[in-house]
Design a protein around this ligand. Sequence first.
Ligand SMILES: [Zn+2]
Length: 394
Amino acid sequence: MSAATSCPACAGAALEPVWHVASVPVHSCLMVESEAEARAFPRGTLELVFCRSCGFLFNAAFDPTVQRYSPAYEETQAFSPRFLAFLAELCEDQARKYELSGRLALEIGCGKGEFLAALVERTGCRGIGIDPGFRPERLTTAAASRLTFVRDLYGPAWRHLAPDYLACRHTLEHVGPVAAFVRTVRETLGDRPDTVVMFELPDLRRILLEQAFWDLYYEHASYFGAGSLARLFRRERFAVHALWRCYDDQYLVLEARPAAAPTEPGSPLEDDLAETTALVAAFRTGIAAKIAAWRARLDTWRREGRRVAIWGSGSKAVAFLVVLGLGEEIVAVVDVNPHKHGRYLAGTGHRIHGPDELRAIRPDIVLVMNPIYLEEIRRALAARDLAPALEPVR
Ligand SMILES: [Zn+2]
């Protein structure tokens, strides 16, 4: 049982343990230059705990002091055409909904700045992006004169910025004290009720439905479903006016404006506490069998002498390999991001290959860590005269 006594989202005490993994790398997207360094990568504990009061799932053993977000952090998915199309759709959606011309957009955790730059180009707004992993040399944009980037973690020091629009994508799940974080965001907005915030993050519901143990890892301290996310924002004095799933139901988007006091539920998606509680119970009883089934498949392929590669070298791959204890059984880990090629996977020590290298490696089976990229990967392989069996991980 974990040492946590209260929920970081709602402060409730009705907590129950869900899943424990003793030793996982504390980062999965930090680039590592050698196999030895990758194998010796600092490790931590995954101690997932569920709050029955608000439906939030979190790592009770999370320690932010071991994290080192820096320019060596390689999280971007922007080398994938499918992901770029999604980014463009989201930017277009926001530009249509909100009049941003001449206004100030702030993005917390902007990564390499792709979304903010697209928004500034599309709407004519100004943009400030905050992220310790920002790399100025990687961003080419016609709107550079209206963009400012700050290499820092967001916190109270940045509360004085008075944005008209605030985006925070795939960042809140990296935060341990989530209520304190959302409170700081609310304080940043002060009493300017027209400001819009847009948060995007992985949806816990899909992870639980698939019992996707490869989506549970140290970098993600916090896991929200639609209900727990909306409840947190409503408690912290936001009026939630939009809540939706996207990217094949992998992601959740919440849009809200500041309110004077806590607000009441409005979207049917928020009424998910009973479903989430049942899914957590099913995960707890089913996860061992899920892991055993994957081990059995991999054992069969090894006995048959089939060469198995993994496409995708992000957090999903690290979690999948670590939980299954896979080493040389995987002949190659492939990624389309050229900045990762020749680097090593934290924790497992696998070298990251570019797709061209598969011509020599000739895998029989390619595991697709995110099935949304299946067709894109099939085309990339076909372009190299390769036709291995593609196995979506689910
Ligand atoms: Zn809670």
